[in-house]
Ligand binder design. Structure first.
Ligand SMILES: Cc1cc2nc3c(=O)[nH]c(=O)nc-3n(C[C@H](O)[C@H](O)[C@H](O)COP(=O)(O)OP(=O)(O)OC[C@H]3O[C@@H](n4cnc5c(N)ncnc54)[C@H](O)[C@@H]3O)c2cc1C
Length: 387
């Protein structure tokens, strides 16, 4: 107990000394930092905060030190996260390598694969994109048809197309589901890491209503990937993909901690003079904040339970939190009064962030597996209903 107290005191001190005050304020979209081979920072404070977190391994607190982590145990990592959250510290980097691929490499990767990729991921040197969905495979992901064929022991030749690939045009690498045996469904899938910097890969942007477009369609025309970058073994990619989706859904359950813009509807309402009677909206906001509190508590429960095995409650979190997040942005728009009618690009930076985030929030209940599919998972795995 006293050790825990000591560690909390140490971490509190460390944060106070290393986190610039400006990094303890809500993050506007324009100040997000994305891990990348050509990483850039909006200001010196965000660079200082990024360096402090990566040099100590605190961006990947539970990863072993040899792979760029801080080697903290579960309890210490929880304390670190709690203290960062308590002060409203910004996530120093958005990095799918940390939230999604890294845990999968730790579980399924060979020693060589871990040594090659994990330290670079922890240091924020790679921008990853996710090549799962295809024009003919979304919810039914096992229907992917992008092929990886081979004439030798070293290289795969990749052909096909991926769609809705977020930020593919900026990415350094893609983790990708490919068919290595066309005669089989799940058992013909491999999980391969592909270097995006090659002429045989084309990425085209897809426009969105929010005015922000992370989406691309990616085309592979005899692109190459090393067989040594196949994770979990050839034709054994399905369990790897399922594990990655679980980490993606966990990440999506806590978008603000991951660096997404968050604005509180009650703050907006306080500053909006247009309503003569704010009571109705205040009631809706209070109910929403209470549900958010319950989701936070469930998240804590899942973290505690997952120390001892799989927590079934985890399966509910993506559905509950993304539906609630969508409602939060609806309440934010309502709380802006007339300002909520502005189109993206026409108001102050804050109003712009609210309007863009409102439109973008519609995607949260689709990305990473739609709400309908999450309900199927809950009904089958928790309620025991037939498929
Ligand atoms: C913001 C965002 C970012 C994304 N980023 C990426 C990315 O980086 N990489 C990537 O690979 N993909 C990405 N996606 C794609 C995403 O994973 C798919 O959109 C999602 O899995 C749904 O697939 P789909 O769009 O093909 O829809 P479909 O699978 O065609 O579904 C259409 C509709 O049918 C419903 N439906 C389908 N099957 C069932 C069922 N069995 N029971 C009940 N209802 C069903 C769905 O709920 C949905 O409403 C992203 C999507 C969004 C919105």
């Amino acid at each position: 107990m006293s050790q825990t107290k000591d560690f909390r005191a140490y971490i509190s001190n460390w944060i106070d000394e290393n986190c610039p005050k400006s990094m303890m304020t809500p993050m506007p979209a324009s100040e997000q930092v994305w891990a990348s081979s050509s990483i850039s920072f909006p200001n010196s404070d965000s660079e200082k905060w990024f360096n402090a977190m990566t040099q100590t391994g605190y961006s990947t607190p539970e990863w072993p030190k040899e792979y760029g982590g801080a080697g903290l145990d579960f309890e210490e990592a929880q304390i670190l996260r709690q203290e960062l959250k308590k002060r409203g510290c910004r996530n120093p980097q958005i990095n799918f390598g940390i939230t999604m691929l890294g845990p999968v490499l730790l579980e399924f990767g060979t020693e060589d694969q871990k040594k090659e990729f994990l330290p670079k991921i922890a240091r924020g040197e790679i921008w990853w994109c996710q090549g799962f969905s295809e024009p003919g495979a979304g919810s039914d992901l096992a229907g992917v048809s992008t092929t990886a064929t081979s004439n030798d022991n070293e290289t795969y030749i990749i052909n096909g197309s991926k769609i809705w690939t977020s930020e593919a045009d900026k990415a350094d690498w893609m983790y990708c589901l490919v068919k290595t045996d066309k005669t089989k469904k799940h058992d013909g899938i491999s999980f391969v890491l592909i270097d995006m910097k090659q002429d045989e890969i084309t990425t085209n942007r897809i426009q969105l209503i929010s005015g922000v477009s992370p989406f691309c369609q990616v085309f592979f025309d005899d692109a190459k990937a090393l067989k040594s970058h196949c994770i979990g073994g050839e034709n054994k990619g399905w369990p790897v993909a399922k594990s990655l989706l679980m980490h993606e859904r966990t990440m999506m359950s806590d978008m603000e901690s991951e660096g997404a813009v968050d604005i509180s509807p009650s703050d907006l309402l306080k500053n909006c003079s247009e309503f003569s009677d704010k009571k109705l909206l205040r009631n809706e906001i209070t109910k929403h904040e209470l549900r958010n509190e319950l989701i936070d508590l469930t998240m804590q429960r899942v973290k505690e339970e997952s120390q001892f095995g799989f927590s079934e409650a985890a399966l509910t979190l993506k559905y509950l939190s993304t539906e609630e997040l969508q409602l939060r942005w609806e309440l934010n728009i309502k709380s802006l009064g007339m300002g909520g009618l502005l189109v993206p690009g026409k108001g102050s930076e804050m109003i712009n962030d609210v309007v863009k985030s409102f439109f973008y929030s519609k995607a949260y209940t689709i990305a990473g597996g739609s709400s309908e599919v999450q309900l199927n998972i809950i009904s089958k795995n928790i309620l025991g209903l037939p498929s």
